[in-house]
Design a protein around this ligand. Structure first.
Ligand SMILES: [Ca+2]
Length: 155
């Protein structure tokens, strides 16, 4: 290869690398982080059921939203909370489950976690909609207690 050809090859290689990085950043930029924190369970799966405003099923596993307590179905706004959760996490959509490293013992057989749907943190979203409240009993132990959303709504 001539010196000129080598230069062209190097410039091309850099250009491809630069474009790849831009594409990689722009694809991630529009979504919230869906990478889990901590070392407890972290998995992706389909939303297979939405039981109520604070319990959903991902790939058949029951997930209790960490720090987030929605009214029971027979209580005021219970059904509304469920419908809201279904809007954020439609049945059949893909979700990411970030298990609470401070509550790996679970809750009544359910995994305690933050659930992300299309990059949206369902725990934070349903609190923001005022259809759930922070369960302050777990602020001392939850991995997520120091996150902005948990702090904003009562931890
Ligand atoms: Ca975690």
């Amino acid at each position: 290869m001539s010196v000129a050809a080598k230069r062209v090859a190097v410039i091309l290689a850099f250009s491809v690398a630069a474009v790849s990085m831009i594409l990689w950043f722009s694809s991630g930029g529009s979504q919230s982080p869906t990478v889990c924190d901590g070392s407890a369970r972290c998995f992706e799966g389909e939303i297979t059921d939405v039981y109520d405003g604070d319990t959903v099923y991902v790939a058949g596993s029951a997930i209790r939203l960490a720090l987030t307590s929605a009214p029971e179905l027979d209580e005021p706004h219970g059904l509304e909370a469920k419908e809201f959760a279904k809007k954020v996490c439609p049945i059949g959509s893909l979700a990411t489950v970030d298990e609470d490293d401070g509550q790996t013992q679970g809750s009544f057989g359910r995994i305690v976690a933050v659930v992300y749907c299309s990059g949206v943190n369902l725990n934070a979203k349903i609190l923001e909609a005022n259809l759930a409240s922070i369960d302050t009993r777990f602020c001392d132990v939850s991995e997520f207690a120091n996150e902005t959303w948990a702090q904003s709504y009562g931890c």
